[in-house]
Write a new protein. Structure first.
Length: 366
């Protein structure tokens, strides 16, 4: 049983500790969680550039933990709270660096989350290693996991392929750090938050693993990057942030964000997600009539349409797929892309008729 959205504090930033706040939300109520938890950077002393200027590193009190044990207890607590509020088919993304991601990953598996992918966010403009003692730290890791092994999480495979100009999206993403006008500043002109994530990263995450109208929760909201992108993309968000200073920054940011118009939020659907259209429906509706000939698009075969939506050709009877396969001597055949019909002297693939029916289906008001 999932909870109705009406019971949720949608499109709000909740103050306080994320564990307490998540524990107060109904179980099975959230579609996706995006979490950017404290990194536990364990910085020892200040870091300087070669010109002696101080590097603006993450040394804030919210990133301080006394030991790995304390950090692990914190991870276990927020992951347990996150898992309870996820819907059965819900999923979580956690982003981190080498300082914390392995510990968090272990905690996730121990909690029963089911690992789907780890994604490398390769920074196209990383900060150099000023001391020259280690490799330039040029990536962060994101873990994508479903609530349980049985979950069927949303994955908009075709949309991601389209985003990547027709090539399957890989698990290494090259995106720049959040800089320039996107980087929020305080009154003194300094960074408003040390770890503001780029919107491009959240755009990819949300297009890939949510649909418009889904509820996305971010328990470590910071400047509200998740909320800003969710709002643009027509998803509902719930943010949780303990520090008042960051809640203020996020509130001001979200006020200026506009949702993209509804028609531009639709993404390329996977073929499996499209409604099934039986060929018989094409015949019933008179789009093709019994007795009409279909021709294989390779020009080798023809078959006649029958009143029940089957074909007959060279004594072979059956569905558009079966007759196509038999005539080609192939184990299988997609009849929709195999057959065409003649219209005004031109060959037209029958798949166009199926697309016409599907378009009518999607035009129907919900
Ligand atoms: C790594 S930052 C997230 C930055 C964010 N993704 C962005 O783009 O701005 C982690 C945030 O979690 C907040 N935080 C840390 N512990 C928290 C807790 N127990 N409950 C709620 N917020 C917490 C910190 O104040 C900090 O803003």
């Amino acid at each position: 049983m999932t909870t109705s959205k009406a019971a949720l504090p949608l499109n709000q930033i909740l103050d306080g500790d994320c564990v307490e706040r998540m524990n107060a939300l109904p179980e099975n109520s959230v579609d996706l969680i995006f979490a950017d938890p404290p990194y536990n950077l364990q910085l020892k002393g200040d870091l300087h550039r070669p010109d002696n200027s101080k590097v603006d590193a993450v040394d804030d009190h919210w990133d301080q933990f006394d030991s790995f044990r304390v950090y692990d207890e914190f991870s276990n607590a927020w992951l347990k709270a996150a898992q309870r509020i996820l819907k059965p088919d819900g999923a979580i993304w956690v982003i981190g660096s080498y300082h914390n991601i392995f510990r968090v990953g272990t905690a996730m598996q121990n909690a029963g989350f089911w690992m789907l992918n780890d994604v490398i966010w390769r920074k196209s403009n990383p900060m150099p290693n000023f001391r020259g003692k280690r490799f330039t730290n040029a990536h962060e890791t994101l873990i994508w996991a479903s609530k349980t092994e049985k979950s069927k999480p949303t994955f908009n495979y075709e949309a991601l392929k389209a985003l990547n100009e027709g090539i399957q999206m890989r698990s290494d993403w090259v995106l720049p750090l959040c800089t320039g006008h996107e980087r929020l500043k305080n009154e003194d002109g300094d960074k408003a938050h040390p770890t503001q994530k780029p919107e491009s990263l959240l755009h990819r995450v949300l297009v890939a693993t949510t649909n418009p109208g889904d509820v996305v929760l971010d328990p470590f909201f910071g400047t509200g990057t998740t909320g800003a992108v969710a709002k643009k993309l027509g998803r509902d968000f719930i943010g949780i942030e303990r520090e008042e200073e960051y809640r203020k920054v996020a509130t001001a940011r979200l006020r200026d964000v506009r949702k993209y118009d509804r028609s531009s939020l639709e993404v390329t659907q996977s073929k499996r997600a499209e409604p099934r259209v039986p060929f018989g429906q094409i015949v019933e509706r008179g789009m093709l009539n019994p007795g009409e000939n279909l021709f294989s698009l390779n020009g080798r075969h023809k078959a006649k349409v029958r009143a029940d939506g089957t074909l007959i050709g060279d004594d072979v009877k059956g569905s558009i797929h079966q007759v196509g396969a038999a005539l080609e001597g192939a184990p299988s055949c997609n009849g929709w892309t195999y057959w065409g019909y003649k219209s005004e002297g031109k060959m037209v693939p029958i798949d166009l008729l199926r697309q016409q029916v599907r378009a009518e289906m999607s035009d129907r008001p919900n």
